[in-house]
Design a protein. Sequence first.
Length: 156
Amino acid sequence: MHTPPLRSSTTTTDRASGSTTPPPLAVLFEPGPRRVLAHVCGETDMDNAQELRRALTAALDSSAYGLDIDLSGVTFCDCTALHVLLRLNQQALGAGKTLVLTALSPRIARLLQITQTKHVFTTPADPPREAAAAGTGAPTPLDHQIPGLQRPPGRE
């Protein structure tokens, strides 16, 4: 499944003023037999959050086991785009799938740090959730409730 970028991913220049605008959002997919890999590049904000949500939800729905998202090309992410990722993670868990953030840009890493939401997601440096909490009494990501988001049924 290859979908074209949501918008052109090249930097544009306004010829009259000579100013440049940052690259808009682009999402490219690499389907695999069990999981789909999504490469997200450019800016993610309230102007394109719904497009991002629709594209990533379709990829998650088409996967057998879940969605891997490479965010290393993201140059800006606001709270609406973060909300898309949080809701998508809940959708994945509710469907018995996983969402993995395979790579983070420095801006995404910082956003997850300052919003204290990194623990909600699986990232490459994280140990598997089951191994991390097995027998240690350590909280699992499901032990941390995000206000406004519900745990999936059977995950109490």
